[in-house]
Design a binder for this molecule. Structure first.
Ligand SMILES: Nc1nc2c(ncn2[C@@H]2O[C@H](COP(=O)(O)OP(=O)(O)OP(=O)(O)O)[C@@H](O)[C@H]2O)c(=O)[nH]1
Ligand SMILES: [Mg+2]
Length: 273
């Protein structure tokens, strides 16, 4: 891990990536919060504390947590199952609105016998990613328990939640549609943002045409969204703690996201004073 290495060009985010489904999204605003954009333009985003976000990835054994992280961080896919023992860790660097930002991705073990070790790493997460297998309804049912365990170690009011259905390549469109209905409901109950992904590399087109390898489905889009939303939440929290209070212009961060945007628009989203 080298946190000082330059940010890869394909990890630069200038715009807010959009959600997958509006029915289960953390918010559906098209752009970053105006205060965040403004603070980044003026480099008034604080110094420490928000530039690295801890993300934990939990879910049943063999649902594809490690493959998902490896697809994004290393662009690899291993078809052989190797259980994670305890936890693994990856650091991924981004540049969001011109500000360096890193995600610490904690890949935890789904096997019961390693759960005890893994849960000791849950604390201090800014986002929790709960993964289930789109082809295994039991793994979706278990997500609530995974989330409850992860939330015991974290502040439920400030942590961002994502519910991710994996192995999309293994479902037919009809099977997927059925599962998605249930998954959206679970995501809404959890107040999580829903994503469906595949970490498998496949051939996009039949042999008769081009041979284009596709690096998974929605994997990059998903992690970009995680990076963008955790960055946004961190900068808002930082502004609330420091600068905003100093100039008597408090940013109120409510659990109700729409209020948060409303506060900003009332205040005129021009730029910082
Ligand atoms: N077809 C397909 N197989 C996948 C996908 N993701 C993972 N797999 C396979 O599912 C198995 C388990 O994947 P892992 O990523 O190791 O699962 P895990 O959730 O990390 O499992 P634990 O570490 O035991 O908790 C492996 O054989 C992978 O090749 C996917 O998107 N599509
Ligand atoms: Mg694993």
């Amino acid at each position: 891990m080298n946190i000082l290495a330059p940010v890869r060009r394909d990890r630069v985010l200038a715009e807010l990536p959009q959600c997958l489904r509006k029915e289960a999204a953390l918010h559906v605003h098209k752009d970053f919060h105006p205060r965040v954009t403004c603070a980044c333009q003026k480099h008034r985003t604080g110094t420490v504390g928000f530039k690295i976000s801890k993300i934990i990835v939990v879910g049943d054994l063999s649902v594809g947590k490690t493959c998902l992280i490896n697809r994004f961080c290393k662009d690899t896919f291993d078809k052989n199952y190797k259980a994670t023992i305890g936890v693994d860790f990856e650091m991924e660097r981004f540049e969001v609105l011109g500000i360096p930002f890193s995600l610490q991705l904690w890949d935890t073990a789904g096997q019961e016998r390693f759960k005890c070790i893994a849960s000791t790493y849950y604390r201090g997460a800014q986002a929790i990613i709960v993964v289930f297998n789109l082809n295994d309804v039991a793994s979706l049912e278990h997500t609530k328990q995974w989330l409850a365990d992860a939330l015991k170690e974290n502040d439920p009011s400030s942590v961002l939640l994502f519910l991710v259905g994996s192995k999309k390549d293994l479902s037919t469109p009809a099977q997927y549609a059925l599962m998605e209905k249930d998954a959206l409901q679970v995501a809404q109950e959890m107040k999580a943002e829903y994503w469906a992904v595949s970490s498998l590399t496949d051939l996009a087109l039949p042999l008769s045409t081009y041979l284009l390898p596709v690096s998974g489905e929605n994997v990059r889009e998903f992690f970009f969204r995680v990076a963008a939303l955790t960055f946004e939440a961190n900068v808002l929290a930082e502004l609330e703690k420091s600068g905003a209070r100093r100039i008597g212009d408090v940013v109120r961060i409510n659990s109700d996201d729409s209020n948060l945007y409303l506060t900003a628009s009332k205040k005129k989203p021009t730029c910082c004073p």
